[in-house]
Design a protein around this ligand. Structure first.
Ligand code: NAP
Ligand code: ZN
Ligand code: ZN
Length: 350
């Protein structure tokens, strides 16, 4: 079936209307009517080919929520009308150790990205959620609890799981002093999860204008990090740092804010590498880790945790026609805190 989408025809050109094909659901697949799709900074990195290897035309979008429109003959977990979500990947090998333990994002043969990838074993590109429908194998579809407002649920499929998973995996404890670096789509979710898990949360931002909003979000403290003095003032203060910054920045400066044995987890993927001084870790037995989204089982756990704790993303709903402007605003940190596309504003396919 021909459906409506928005695509980038090449790196660094504006997104524009573009018709794509979606298949009828196979025996184990569901067809989803997409209602909302979040706008992740990773969309922008890939549309602008900042990580290299981007596939064009590209229909971005991996924070997808909507309703099941059709199910294949053998689909067991979903029925027409169910409220569902799709995150950053739509398939994996299912056989490797990572897939078997529910860490499909680390599939040894590579997960199949929701967009900017190829369907497994084919040369058919995958297209993401800046579109009206998507066909996905039921094993890679999440159930979205009805109590979460659907537009505010969309960003949970990437920003939500990306911040929930490392807090769990690296073991944030009640009472820990947690610093969240960068108050964007990921950062604001880290604040909410950190609070819900009982941490004392400080936002470290480059934007003085976000101070009040950060405290309203639930942060206990807020600091603007500009110069050496700002870093000195918070030296060895934190047990845990979540770094969600999208641009190159000095990791060593932030590591100096960790206590002995503290851990900093990198989530942001800037386009250029940044030098790391061994002394930043060695001197206080600090740890530096990374994390990438989360597996299907943990993503479901995160959605259920959100429902239980009344957590949803803070969003600005946009029309698809505003997407290019939204990218520019995201680059300036001018969004509280996630743009979400209302997919009913996609034009009819020509
Ligand atoms: P975002 O909404 O644009 O937020 C990024 C924040 O970083 C900004 O709001 C800003 O916060 C801060 N920032 C930007 N430029 C900065 C600079 N030069 N120095 C210091 N701080 C700066 O982006 P996002 O969607 O949250 O994504 C953040 C990063 O995570 C991106 O690189 C994205 O690709 C990556 N990501 C990774 C995963 C994963 O699985 N690991 C998943 C999703 C996204 P302040 O205004 O508060 O300073
Ligand atoms: Zn994302
Ligand atoms: Zn695998």
């Amino acid at each position: 079936m021909k459906i409506s989408a928005y695509a980038a025809a090449a790196a660094k050109v504006p997104l524009a209307p573009h018709a794509i094909e979606r298949r009828e659901p196979g025996p184990h697949e569901v067809l989803i009517d997409i209602r909302y799709c979040g706008v992740c900074h990773s969309d922008l990195h890939q549309v602008r080919d900042e990580w290299g290897g981007s596939i064009f035309p590209m229909v971005p979008g991996h924070e997808i929520v909507g309703h099941v429109a059709k199910v294949g003959a053998h689909v067991a977990r979903f029925k027409v009308g169910d409220t569902v979500g799709v995150g950053c990947f739509i398939d994996s090998c299912r056989e490797c150790e990572q897939c078997k333990t529910g860490e499909e994002q680390f599939c040894e043969q590579g997960m199949t990205g929701t967009y900017n990838a190829y369907e497994r074993g084919t040369q058919t590109p995958t297209y993401g959620g800046y579109s009206t429908r998507i066909t996905v194998n039921e094993d890679y579809v999440l159930r979205v609890p009805e109590s979460i407002p659907l537009d505010r649920a969309a960003p949970l499929l990437c920003a939500g799981i990306t911040t929930y998973s490392p807090l769990r995996h690296y073991g944030l404890k009640k009472g820990d002093k947690l610093a969240v670096v960068g108050l964007g789509g990921l950062g604001h979710m880290a604040v909410k999860f950190g609070r819900a898990m009982g941490a004392e949360v400080t936002v470290l931002s480059t934007s003085e204008s976000k101070r009040e909003a950060a405290l309203e979000l639930g942060a206990h403290a807020f600091a603007v990090m500009r110069d050496k003095e700002d870093f000195k003032a918070l030296s060895k203060r934190f047990d845990f740092i979540i770094d969600s910054v999208s641009a190159p920045h000095d990791y060593n400066a932030y590591l100096s804010l960790l206590k002995t044995d503290g851990i900093m987890v990198l989530l942001g993927i800037p386009e250029r590498p940044v030098p790391l001084a061994a002394g930043s870790l060695v001197t206080q037995r600090r740890k530096l880790g990374g994390s990438m989204i989360g597996g299907i089982r943990e993503t479901q756990e995160m959605l259920d945790f959100c429902a239980e704790h009344g957590i949803a993303s803070d969003i600005e709903l946009i029309d698809i026609a505003d997407i290019n402007e939204a990218y520019e605003r995201m680059l300036k940190g001018d969004v509280r805190y996630r743009f979400v596309i209302d997919t009913t504003t996609l034009p009819e396919p020509a």
